[in-house]
Write a protein that binds this ligand. Structure first.
Ligand code: FMN
Length: 189
């Protein structure tokens, strides 16, 4: 296969999307959209997450060391796109009325409409030049009841919850169809 060289890019490498939930100083839940999220092994399964620049999510995590990571589905995409394109400190985002519940194990806000959520505690902050990697312990995984249904297989369950993937500044459905450029889905809110 003939190849060309590119400057650093992750185009054509699809990533799963999560909404990170944190509480601010007034106890209000804030959610931001994130894709630099993956898994690590440290005697047990853990999570690594990278946050670039300064944002409310990062401030809140620094203060409390805990957050939730809620899987983004097609049903959640307009909201997720808005939360990824609106700064946490902006009045627009602050006034959003989201349906949330408390984590079962950690004091983190969980998005009720997300079918899978991790309750995470940061065990190590690794500051970088302008960004930060966080290594996290998974204290709990919340999964919608239907995912435990033994009469259906994982392909059917994934098709039903329809997680969204992203690459090339666009969103894609679980089966690969185009769901539009970043910033488009939020217009349907
Ligand atoms: C598709 C998409 C993926 C994103 N992934 C990340 C990410 O992995 N890391 C990051 O620092 N910011 C990421 N962002 C930007 C944050 O979502 C954005 O800064 C948001 O305002 C953060 O919320 P907050 O201001 O309430 O903290 C992403 C934005 C979009 C649209």
């Amino acid at each position: 296969m003939s190849k060309i060289s590119k400057t650093p890019t992750n185009d054509f490498c699809p990533q799963t999307l999560f909404l990170y939930g944190t509480y601010d100083d007034e106890g209000r839940p804030d959610f931001g959209l994130f894709c630099w999220f993956s898994y690590i092994w440290d005697g047990e399964l853990g999570v690594m997450a990278c946050i670039g620049g300064d944002k409310l999510t990062k401030e809140n995590i620094h203060k409390r060391k805990v957050f939730s990571a809620n899987l983004v589905t097609e049903a959640l995409l307009p909201l997720a796109d808005f939360l990824g394109n609106t700064a946490g400190h902006s009045p627009e985002k602050m006034s959003l009325d989201l349906c949330t519940e408390e984590g079962r194990v950690l004091p983190v806000p969980v998005l009720t409409a997300s079918p899978v959520a991790f309750e995470l505690e940061v065990r190590q902050f690794l500051p970088l030049e302008g960004g930060e990697v966080m290594l996290c312990k998974i204290h709990n995984v919340l999964q919608e009841d239907s995912l435990a249904n033994e009469s259906a297989g994982s392909p059917e369950k994934l098709a039903a919850i329809a997680p969204v993937r992203t690459t090339c500044n666009r969103y894609f459905s679980w089966n690969g169809s185009d769901l539009g450029a970043w910033g488009e889905a939020m217009k349907r809110l």
